[in-house]
Structure formats: C-alpha cells, structure tokens
Design a protein around this ligand. Structure first.
Ligand SMILES: Nc1ncnc2c1ncn2[C@@H]1O[C@H](COP(=O)(O)OP(=O)(O)OP(=O)(O)O)[C@@H](O)[C@H]1O
Length: 630
C-alpha cells in the first residue's frame, strides 16, 4: 500500500498565512496533540470497560519526547489508533476542513483575529511549529495494519504501510527552524505544566531526579540519595472531579496550595457541580484580599474536560467575582471564540447566572450557620458582597439578607437590624432615617464622640468601594440618608426641628461673621453664624456630604464627575453664636484681639478635621504656646 494524494483544500499555501497570524499562540500545538492522545486513550479504556476491546490495555501513558539532534518532538499514545482509511478521513478531511474554512472566511474579513479565534485548530496546529509531520498508527481493531502518514505542510500527503507494532499513535513533528525554542526541554515542560497539569491520563515527559532516604550513616543520621523517576506532568484526578462528600477541608486547602503555591489559605470555597442544562464542575475559592486587587485578578482558570484553556474568564464569571480564585471546568463553554460571541452565547449566560447564584447561596448559608466566623471574615468578604450588590440586581436581592455594616465599636448589623437599631433616635423631622458614618475614625474622632454623646451610632465605611456602595444603598433603601459624621453640624445632619434661639442681635451676628471671614481670609471657607447649644463646639468646619462624595466617586473611578475634580475644596465654617466665645469676641475692644481669638478657634476646628498642616500648623503651635505664657 502506498498512496499519494492531495488534501482537498482549494486555496494553496494556507499554511504560511495561518502561521503568521497565530504567531503568539504557537504553543497550543502541544495542547491539541496531547489532548488528542488523551482522548484516544480514554476511548480505548472505555471500549475495554464495555467489553468491546478484549486485548491487553497495557501501559496507557501518553509520552512526550524531544530529540534535539533530530529536531523532533514526538507525542506517543496507546490509544485506539487509526487505520489508513481513518487517517484519511479524520486527518485529511476533518482536521484540514477547519483550516480550509478558515482561509475562506479570512479572504473576505477585515479582522483576522476575530476569525482565528473561531476555529479549534486541532491536529492541524502541528504545522505551526513543524515543517513536516508524520503519523505512525496501529488501530486497536483486530487484523488492522499499521499505517504511516507524512505531510510536509503543503497540501500534498503520502500514506503508506507503517511499522508500528503496538496499538496507538505516534505523532512526530520535524520542528522548523524558527520554532526551535520548542526543542528546549524547559519550554516543553512549561507548556505541559500550563495545559496538561490535570489531564485525566498520565502524561510522561522524560525523567526527573528526586532525593530519597537511603538508610542511616554511622552516627545514625539519615542518608539521602538521588534517584531518577519518570517525570509525570499531571495529577489525573484533581479534586474538582470528585464528589464533595468524599473531600475534607484539608483536600481543598491542599489543592489551593497546588494551584497557588505562595498564597495564604483562602477564607472558604464553593464546589461547583452541575450537569444540566450545562455541564460544569469546579471549585471557587474566596481569597484573603490584599490591597493590590489587580494582582489578585485573573486567577480563575478555565478548563474543558481537564484541559487548561485560559485564565481569561471574563463573561463566564461575573465581573464582581473576578477576584475569586480556582477552577471552572466545562465542555459547554465555546472555546476559541471571540469575546463578542462569548457574551451572546446562551450557555455562557446561564453559567454566569449559575455562578452568581451559587456564590450568593453559599454566603447566605455561611451567614446563617456560622454568623460569628462570617463576621470575622467580613472585611474580606465585604468587598465582593458590596461590589456584587452594586453591579448585579439578582445578587443584591439575595445579599440584602447578609450584607453587614459595622459601627465604630466593631459591632456588625445586617441592614434590617441596623434600621431597627437607629430608627428611634436617628429619624429626622421629615421621617428620613439618617445613618452616620466615618471613613477614618482616627481622624474624625471628635465628630464621632459628639455623635455618640448624643446617643447616635456611627458606622465605619472605610474601603475604596464604600462611596459607591453608600450611593447605591441610598437609592435602594427607602427614606434613608447616609451622611459622613463630619459633614455638618450634628443637629443639621439629623435635623429634628429642635429650634434654638440665637442670643445675638442681627447686628452682632453680622459683625461676628465678618471677624471670622476676615481672620480666615479664604473665600473657599463659607462662614455662617448659627444658633447651637452653648456646650457645642464654638466653631465647626465641614465639607458638604454632596461635594465630598462627588470628589470621592471621581477619585475611585465613578465616571462622569470630572468637573468636580477641578474645583477647589470648599468648606462650611459654622460659628456657634450661642457659645461664650462669641460673646467674648464681640466684647473685645481691639481688632487684633478679636482676630486672634477667632483665628485660634478656627485653627482648633481645622485641627480636629485634620486640615491643619505645614506653616499653618507651626503658626498655630507658636501662637498657642505664647498664649500659655500670657
Ligand atoms: N492520537 C490520536 N489517536 C487517534 N485518533 C486521533 C489522534 N489524533 C487525532 N485523531 C483523530 O483525528 C480527528 C481530528 O483531530 P483534530 O484534533 O483535528 O480534531 P478534534 O480532536 O476532533 O477536534 P478539536 O478541534 O477539538 O481538536 C480526531 O477527532 C480523531 O478522530
């Protein structure tokens, strides 16, 4: 038997075209060939288990070998093998039809990348790195003859009798000059580690050295020796393929370390397992979050039947869960497709919804069953939950039951609990419930203690996502306002319509306002004289909630608020007209004395807001020291 033929491709020389455009992804040839070998091996095992193959299965490992001298890479399996007819059918027609279609489409398309993505290249990808490819195969079928196929990357192939004596297939790649990097063992090891780490059939790549115990020396100390062992790339039964009931916490933690050797233990995990309406398994871990979110992103790995595909899981995993770690394995996610296609794919949408629901349910379960430990983890979990509530309505609905807010004493409340907690004392004259919060408790201590003195509760919202979260919650919760504790006088923050008389005449009020405006000398500070309790602070400086929030949103990427960034910070200066200091200033004769008192009071207010720095701070300290000596 010897036959020459032409692969039925209408366009000549498609190889150079495809090679050129697939440049960055050349390494996937090994993924494709090793997965074909694994598939063929699984098939023979299945046939054997069904009793349809009664021969000896023998060693079923897939072996990858590099021969630097001959410049070849071989992928050897003991799978079902192929007869000459099958090679013609599967390789010449099927494997190459994808390529033909590719070129046809490519001819009329503008964006090559869009199209390249749509074709699984399979066996054909061998030609990305090899000038010549040989197949040596012996089918498992009784009486089958070995077959050899040779193709030099043109559309011509040759098929003849082969020499292979044992069942299975060997693919030999004659690596071309500009792909010689793939003759480096470390390169191949790297590619196998990336794509084949969890394949279900053992993949062997050469040997490795290992230290093993070798008895004891004269002093009774352990001796070690180096032995050579088969270098097996993969863990063929990763835990996501097992049933959760067969696994312990240690198994999950150990697997996490296998995936991310240098990471801290995760907080908890979710084992995914569905087979209808789509097939999906996997494990998602909630990591301990570090400040550098970007570093932690893109850690979820996407597999298809244990073959690594990508760590770009956008669209498959909802955006707010991109910080999770772990593995998703689904044969139902269309691989090698462009982004826009992925977004509109029905399965991908369903998977996305499923993952959101699973995560929401898991959090709900943790909250219900282990509230104490849930609260301890809240600082890490909170970011996911808040981000999820803002970005996914479905998640919001579930998460309102277990989203927590924390007050300055470290006590946690659900949203409902908190409402009940503050309703009696923090409802204003219009029936709005007012939540007070600090974003920097150390700096806002003066404001927090006056609020607490009044019997109010103060929450802590100090993570970067909180300004967005607060806005979202205000739009969601009925008759609820959320205000930073230092954004106005307390009795204005929660206006209960408790009118207080101002002891000053209109004339005195104006005169006091003038003294303060002059002593500050900056028109971004707006002075008002107000009727507060004599025991309240003489001067309070605040930035309005609205203005500050706009600036914060802009700083954390709220979008559309650029105009506020360019504006100067403006502050409200509230002078307490009923404080004894007002009287003292008005009664002072000399202008200097008036100014001095006002200045000191303003600086004290600035100091408690953390606004006093540089020369202003030095001047204040100097002035205060002088006052002590007087
Ligand atoms: N090592 C092998 N042993 C037996 N049959 C093989 C082997 N490699 C390839 N084949 C046959 O050749 C066919 C074509 O392979 P190819 O990799 O091009 O496509 P595929 O595996 O069907 O799809 P994919 O695009 O997902 O890789 C396979 O379906 C299989 O029947």
């Amino acid at each position: 038997m010897q036959e020459k033929g032409t692969i039925s491709i209408h366009t000549e020389n498609i190889f150079p075209i495809i090679k050129k455009f697939l440049y960055s992804d050349h390494e996937i040839f090994l993924r494709e060939l090793v997965s074909n070998a694994v598939d063929a091996t699984q098939k023979i095992k299945r046939l054997a288990s069904l009793g349809e193959y009664t021969g000896d299965l023998g060693e079923t490992r897939v072996e990858v070998e590099v021969n630097k001298k001959k410049k070849t890479i071989t992928i050897k399996d003991a799978g079902i093998g192929m007869t000459a007819e099958e090679i013609k059918k599967y390789i010449n027609q099927i494997a190459f039809s994808g390529a033909t279609e590719f070129v046809e489409k490519f001819k009329d398309a503008g964006d090559a990348k869009e199209i390249i993505g749509k074709f699984g290249l399979g066996f054909y990808s061998a030609f990305m790195v090899a000038g010549k490819v040989e197949i040596d195969s012996l089918s498992y079928q009784e009486g089958a003859e070995p077959a050899k196929w040779i193709c030099d990357g043109s559309t011509e192939f040759e098929i003849k009798e082969g020499k292979r004596k044992t069942r299975g297939t060997t693919i030999t790649l004659h690596v071309n000059e500009d792909s010689e990097e793939f003759l480096e063992e470390s390169r191949i090891q790297g590619i196998l580690d990336k794509y084949a780490k969890f394949l279900p059939i053992e993949v062997k790549f050469g040997e490795k050295e290992e230290s093993v115990e070798d008895g004891e020396d004269k002093e009774g100390k352990k001796k070690w020796k180096t032995v050579k062992k088969d270098n097996i790339i993969n863990n063929t039964a990763p835990i996501w393929t097992k049933s959760p009931s067969d696994l312990t916490d240690e198994d999950y933690l150990k697997f996490y370390k296998e995936l991310y050797p240098f990471s801290e233990d995760p907080l908890f995990w979710i084992h995914l397992n569905v087979d209808y309406p789509f097939e999906l398994t996997g494990i998602l871990y909630f990591p301990k979050l570090k400040n550098d979110f970007e570093m932690q992103k893109n850690k979820i790995q996407l597999y298809s039947r244990q073959v690594f595909i990508t760590d770009e899981v956008k669209d498959v995993v909802p955006e707010f869960l991109m910080l999770l770690h772990g593995i998703i394995d689904s044969p139902d996610i269309p691989l090698n497709v462009s982004r826009s296609y992925l977004q509109s794919d029905g399965n991908v949408k369903k998977i996305n919804t499923y993952i959101t629901k699973k995560v929401a349910d898991k959090l709900g379960e943790l909250f219900k069953k282990e509230r104490e430990s849930y609260e301890k983890k809240w600082d890490d979990i909170g970011l996911f939950v808040k981000y999820g509530m803002i970005s996914e309505e479905k998640f919001y609905e579930k998460a309102t039951d277990y989203a927590l807010v924390k007050n300055t004493e470290g006590k946690c409340f659900t949203l409902k609990e908190y409402e009940a907690q503050i309703e009696a004392n923090q409802t204003d004259k219009d029936g709005n419930k007012v939540w007070l919060y600090a974003n920097n408790p150390a700096k806002q201590d003066a404001f927090i203690s006056s609020a607490i003195d009044k019997g109010y509760d103060v929450l802590v919202f100090d993570s970067p996502i909180d300004s967005h979260f607060i806005n979202h919650m205000e739009s969601k919760l009925e008759k609820t306002q959320i205000k930073r504790v230092d954004s106005d006088n307390l009795n204005k923050l929660i206006d209960k319509d408790e009118k207080r008389e101002l002891v000053l005449s209109d004339e005195q009020k104006e005169s006091l306002k003038e003294v303060f405006s002059k002593s500050i000398g900056n028109e971004n500070f707006k002075v008002e004289v107000e009727a507060l309790s004599p025991s309240d602070a003489p001067v309070t400086i605040t930035m309005s909630e609205f203005m500050r929030r706009m600036k914060e949103m802009q700083a954390t990427g709220g979008g559309g608020f650029n105009m506020f960034g360019a504006m100067p910070d403006t502050y409200d200066v509230s002078v307490n007209g009923n404080h004894p200091l007002a009287d003292k200033i008005l009664k002072s004769e000399a202008d200097d004395a008036k100014q001095g008192l006002a200045k000191q009071a303003v600086d004290l207010a600035m100091l408690s807001q953390g606004l006093l720095e540089g020369k202003a701070l030095t001047d204040f300290i100097k002035r205060s020291t002088e006052l002590l000596g007087k």
